[in-house]
Design a protein around this ligand. Structure first.
Ligand SMILES: Cc1cc2nc3c(=O)[nH]c(=O)nc-3n(C[C@H](O)[C@H](O)[C@H](O)COP(=O)(O)OP(=O)(O)OC[C@H]3O[C@@H](n4cnc5c(N)ncnc54)[C@H](O)[C@@H]3O)c2cc1C
Length: 363
């Protein structure tokens, strides 16, 4: 068993391009024409609709609806249609990242089933275990730290051997487009909006954009109510996630330098400031968190507030009048059950290798 689990079959190495390939095959098998090229220009008619895009090598491509997936560039929506971008930087200042790929033999040392975020002097470092390496990166605010300082911090965090690895510096556009769907252009992904990846919400935003587009898919006529409804939903999701992220900084105990001190006094949306005051005397519930769907439930807020421990939270006075014997018993059972499962279940590495092997056999 141990020997079998030491290597992933090559075809199932985890790789983001695999999903792109899978989706390409899924589409082309169903009649989609896949053109790989650079868009150099978009032609717009008198109503402001894009009529066609000009490509470097494949000529003009006409269409009724255009999805702008050009990343932070926002080529169709922001550049061509000049839709304003609303920055969140006043409340979320992290605008840069530097990343390293650290090769690692996971079968020797096992791998964690989670991503770790480690606070730093001007942001935080992510550590993501993959089957053959660790993906790590420092997300930081350029107002507080230079790219060279950030790279040095990341390399020293990784430790010996990191000096030979190539660092990838990334500039991030934090915020959202005023409207993600304007005329016949729908921006999905980074062109629509982005917040720092502290809660890994980038792919969630993409999935949400796609699901909403399916729900709001236009017919032949221009229906501005569909666009309005789409834009409101997509904006609410991002504004809600913004609040959840801001809470991480306000609720953190850390205040050892200007970056963390400023995090406590930075402008926050008015409604959030009021909510935080409420949460200090009554932990979040459905009535007091951001009122529109944004992917996080009240219990996520509670876990964040209690886990980070920097807010002066008081228990509801009414709780003192209740007997906690039954609740304590239940929590003990949950803890014992978790400990027993950790003893009995295979490690994360063993489990993933097992699944990969089963799939390899099936294909
Ligand atoms: C530092 C960082 C960490 C992240 N971590 C996470 C995470 O942990 N979890 C998560 O869910 N998300 C994460 N994300 C977000 C995730 O990376 C993005 O949501 C996702 O990659 C965005 O895809 P996209 O297609 O919108 O943009 P991109 O991946 O930037 O793709 C845009 C594409 O458009 C192409 N393009 C641009 N202009 C043209 C043109 N003129 N013609 C033709 N093609 C063009 C580019 O070549 C590129 O391939 C992270 C993002 C960053 C920056």
């Amino acid at each position: 068993m141990a020997e079998q689990n030491t290597q992933f079959p090559y075809a199932y190495q985890f790789d983001a391009t695999l999903l792109a390939k899978l989706l390409t095959r899924y589409g082309t098998d169903r009649g989609v024409r896949h053109v790989l090229d650079d868009v150099v220009h978009a032609e717009v008619d008198e109503r402001g609709d894009v009529t066609h895009v000009r490509t470097k090598e494949s000529g003009d491509l006409a269409g009724d609806l255009f999805i702008d997936c050009t990343g932070f560039r926002g080529m169709l929506l922001n550049k061509r249609l000049e839709v304003p971008f609303l920055s969140y930087q006043d409340s979320l200042p992290n605008d840069s990242a530097v990343a390293l790929r650290v090769p690692m033999e996971m079968s020797d040392q096992g791998m964690g089933p989670y991503t770790r975020s480690t606070a730093q002097d001007a942001g935080w470092i992510w550590t993501i275990p993959l089957s053959d390496r660790i993906g790590t990166g420092y997300v930081y605010a350029s107002d507080y730290c230079t790219p060279d300082e950030a790279e040095r911090t990341l390399r020293s965090f990784v430790g010996p051997g990191s000096e030979d690895l190539t660092a990838n510096h990334i500039k991030m556009r934090i915020g959202r487009s005023e409207n993600s769907w304007v005329n016949n252009v729908v921006a999905i992904g980074l062109s629509s909006g982005f917040v720092e990846p502290l809660e890994s919400t980038g792919i969630f935003f993409i999935q949400n954009g796609i699901e909403q587009l399916v729900k709001h898919f236009p017919g032949g006529r221009d229906d501005h109510q569909l666009r309005r409804s789409y834009n409101r939903q997509v904006a609410n999701v991002m504004d809600g996630v913004r609040e959840f992220l801001v809470l991480h900084y306000i609720a953190a105990k850390r205040d050892n330098n200007a970056y963390w001190q400023d995090a406590k006094t930075r402008t926050v949306p008015d409604a959030l400031a009021e909510r935080i005051e409420q949460w200090k005397v009554k932990l979040p519930d459905a009535d007091t968190v951001f009122p529109y769907y944004h992917g996080f439930e009240p219990y996520s807020y509670t876990a964040m507030i209690l886990g980070l421990g920097g807010l002066d939270v008081r228990a509801r006075p009414g709780l003192a009048l209740m007997d906690d014997t039954a609740a304590s018993k239940e929590l003990r059972q949950v803890r014992d059950q978790a400990a027993s499962l950790v003893e009995r279940l295979p490690s994360h590495w063993d489990y993933l290798a097992h699944v990969a092997r089963l799939k390899g056999k099936r294909s």
